[in-house]
Design a protein around this ligand. Structure first.
Ligand SMILES: C[S@@+](CC[C@H](N)C(=O)[O-])C[C@H]1O[C@@H](n2cnc3c(N)ncnc32)[C@H](O)[C@@H]1O
Length: 253
């Protein structure tokens, strides 16, 4: 499969797609539009913030997480994202953070310059996970905190989804898991005409990359999807047993 100007293996394709579809993201997932952000992700972030901290959000999009960090009492918040359309929306929506256009793999911050870093639904779009994690460690003070949120890499593997099997009697409904152990780069049509590039890696790759970089895991959260999400999927009785989010709380050793 190819992206707009290159092969799916080219990381530049992912950046181009995010630039092209920033408006789609902003319309459907920010500013109160998405129950998972409103009922789950943003409260989780607010509870994680320590007032007075200097915080960097990597892959900040239009800044909804960064604004929550600011409102929760952070001393300063820098949002970093390569997309001009995302950063411009962040600046327009204001609310405290400052924004810089840059990649996760090259953070425009000094060594040991922040107390905490948050990354929300970003690493599944980039290739150089080692470089991105190394940058988090570099900019954190010793003992600094890192909140990493991911689409659950086990249960949300590409190719996963509900199967309504009417070939058996009585009909069965189950959640199919895609090729979990197979690292994969895919461009998915996530809405009509909206293509986004995803980089799948097994959970062990994430955990080993974080451990090798000197980050200590302090807490793991796999919350049940929130009520607003479940209400929108009434046909799926077991949906509450299938987490969509994985949140890892880590500390630089
Ligand atoms: C799913 S959105 C999440 C935005 C924001 N973190 C939030 O939770 O609202 C993914 C974001 O990752 C950004 N992104 C893609 N590749 C990136 C990279 N290499 N470095 C940093 N951010 C990247 C995209 O531009 C996009 O804004």
């Amino acid at each position: 499969m190819t992206g707009p100007t290159g092969a799916v293996g080219d990381p530049g394709v992912g950046r181009e797609l995010w630039e092209a579809h920033a408006g789609w993201w902003q319309d459907h997932f920010t500013d109160g539009a998405d129950p998972e952000y409103e009922e789950q992700i943003l409260p989780l972030v607010a509870a994680w913030v320590r007032p007075g901290d200097r915080v960097c959000e990597v892959g900040c999009g239009e800044g909804q997480v960064a604004r929550v960090v600011s409102r929760a009492g952070a001393a300063s918040v820098v949002g970093v994202d390569p997309s001009l359309n995302q950063v411009a929306a962040g600046v327009a929506r204001a609310g405290g953070p400052v924004y810089v256009r840059a990649d996760a793999e090259h953070l425009p911050l000094g060594d040991g310059s922040v107390d905490a870093v948050v990354v929300c639904l970003v690493y599944e779009h980039l290739d150089a996970i080692d470089a991105a994690v190394a940058e988090v460690v570099r900019v954190l003070v010793p003992g600094g905190r890192f909140l990493l949120m991911l689409n659950h890499p086990l249960l949300q593997t590409p190719g996963s989804g509900w199967v309504d099997d009417h070939l058996v009697d009585p009909p069965e409904q189950y959640w199919q898991v895609g090729d979990y152990l197979e690292p994969a780069v895919v461009v998915e049509e996530v809405a009509k005409g909206v293509h986004i590039r995803f980089v799948h890696r097994p959970l062990g790759v994430y955990l080993n990359t974080l451990a090798d970089a000197g980050l200590v895991l302090e807490r793991v959260d796999e919350p049940s999807p929130p009520p607003g999400f479940l209400a929108a999927a009434p046909g799926y009785e077991s949906a509450r047993h299938i987490p969509r989010l994985l949140a890892l709380s880590l500390r630089r050793s």
